[in-house]
Write a protein that binds this ligand. Structure first.
Ligand code: 5AD
Ligand code: SF4
Length: 468
């Protein structure tokens, strides 16, 4: 079966669902959808929402709806707990709405113990599917509409990427575009390779074609997404590097800003740094997860770089792109982490000058190598270290982002604030800026002088050309 025909088959199921709903006693049903986790999940949530809307559902903000859909995450245990909390609440809603359909999909559903628990303890959930068969949603949902029993369909893996499924987006002018799925890195703490499967890249032509269509439709900023974009294209029949893909995307006329996420430090190439430095469109923002500053812990994490290599890489990138905004992910409390190891992490934070660092407490994920390591760090020690890391990250972040005070930056205007007459937008460095202006400017680019920095955002004013 070729890929287009799969999308076409699913469109027919959307039509079938629509006809079924129109003929029912509830011709204008409502749905509520919620996303947990990363930006790649967000795209898949938006796609499922688009399919629901094509079936005739109207989106609402409350779970008091005819259908409730959750895209789940399992990177850390607290995301799982949140879903079980939601399910408890839905049980009480379903008591007075017995026809309500409850749908769970995404990463958490790829874990056998989770599915077993849902089967046993949450029989009122209508449909469960995973990460590999999201394109089958219309077909599965059609079955759910015709059935009162729980439907579970989890695929172990898949080498197929189905193109051409419906999509929707929050902003008309910017969006994420997945360029690859899965991960082959097997960092020892991480569940992603188990729930998202082996790395698969989309064909560059499919990506470029999608972005061209988006640009025709008003998009001027794209974020290229993958668990590790630096290894994009390695597994394609005709291999392409990520830098080569960026060069192709850069040529799309009408596209003004290109972002990407996430880069793994172990394979960030000189070719990529060169392309980024030369580009007129690639934003000077790099998300480069550190995880730990201790070379010993990095080895245990299977990250395949050490503290010195990471810092040398940061220096090399800053040399090529001096105004770079650098962000990162850092984890505290990996098994066996000592005070000395933790001090190495603080040392990298001191030296790397991050604009923002996302900080996490290590979460033990069943099935990963780290889960069975001895020396799990006691909770009180982890919490204390986490507090120290957070204060340093915040202090450094405030200093790093205030370096643009007084400069004029091009801002993509995103929305009007609650306070009327004030707009919010972002610089290419991804910094938030508030400034007076009219809502007609939403989706446009304006030059704004950044007058005052308030921690992680700025207040500014629009400048006319002759003031720049
Ligand atoms: N515990 C805590 N944080 C984790 N991350 C991934 N796995 C875990 C885990 N088991 C963090 C990493 C990654 C980010 C997306 O989530 O820092 O970069
Ligand atoms: Fe997880 Fe490591 Fe893959 Fe990122 S690169 S998704 S942390 S295994």
């Amino acid at each position: 079966m070729n890929q287009n025909s799969e999308a076409e088959i699913q469109m027919q199921y959307i039509q079938k669902c629509r006809e079924f709903l129109e003929a029912s006693d509830q011709p204008h049903p409502t749905f509520h959808i919620q996303n947990e986790g990363c930006q790649m999940n967000t795209i898949q949530t938006e796609s499922v929402a688009a399919m629901m809307e094509q079936m005739g559902y109207v989106k609402v903000d409350t779970p008091e709806a005819d259908a409730v859909v959750y895209n789940t995450c399992t990177v850390r245990e607290n995301a799982n707990q949140k879903i079980y909390g939601h399910l408890g609440h839905l049980k009480s809603i379903k008591k007075h709405r017995p026809d309500m359909k409850i749908v769970l999909f995404g990463c958490m559903m790829q874990e056998p113990h989770v599915v077993e628990k849902i089967r046993r303890e949450y029989p009122y959930v209508s449909l469960v599917f995973g990460t590999h068969n999201i394109h089958k949603f219309p077909e599965l949902y059609c079955r759910t509409l015709h059935s009162d029993s729980q439907i579970i369909d989890i695929w172990k893996d898949s080498d197929e990427i189905v193109e051409g499924m419906p999509t929707s987006r929050k902003y008309p002018f910017k969006t994420g575009v997945s360029i690859m799925f899965g991960c082959n890195n097997f960092c020892s703490y991480c569940i992603v390779p188990y729930v998202r499967g082996r790395e698969k890249s989309r064909e560059p032509q499919a990506i470029v074609h999608e972005i061209e269509k988006l640009v025709e439709d008003g998009v001027t900023e794209v974020m290229l997404l993958g668990q590790n974009v630096n290894s994009y294209g390695k597994t394609l029949a005709a291999p392409v590097t990520f830098a080569q893909l960026l060069t192709q995307v850069e040529q799309i006329e009408g596209l003004r800003r290109i972002r990407f996420m996430t880069s793994h430090p172990k394979d960030l190439s000189d070719e990529l740094i060169g392309v980024m430095a030369k580009s007129r469109k690639i934003c000077h923002h790099l998300h480069l997860p550190l995880q730990s500053g201790s070379s010993r812990i990095l080895k245990e994490m299977n990250r395949r770089y050490d503290k010195e290599k990471y810092l040398a890489l940061v220096e090399k990138i800053r040399c090529a792109i001096p105004d770079l905004s650098l962000t990162t992910d850092i984890m505290v409390g990996f098994p066996g982490e000592t005070e000395e190891d933790f001090l190495e992490t603080l040392d990298v934070v001191e030296k790397a000058d991050y604009d923002t660092a996302f900080t996490f407490i290590y979460s033990r994920r069943t099935g990963t190598p780290a889960a069975s390591m001895e020396n799990q760090v006691p909770e009180d020690v982890v919490k204390e270290r986490f507090g120290r890391l957070l204060s340093l990250v915040q202090e450094k972040g405030r200093r790093a982002s205030s370096r643009f005070t007084g400069t004029v930056q091009e801002i993509l205007v995103e929305e009007e604030n609650r306070e009327k007459g004030t707009l919010t937008g972002r610089t290419q460095h991804n910094l938030l800026v508030h400034f007076p202006g009219e809502p007609e400017l939403i989706g446009k680019y304006v030059n704004v002088r950044l007058d005052t920095c308030r921690g992680f955002y700025y207040f500014g004013h629009i400048v006319r050309e002759n003031e720049v």
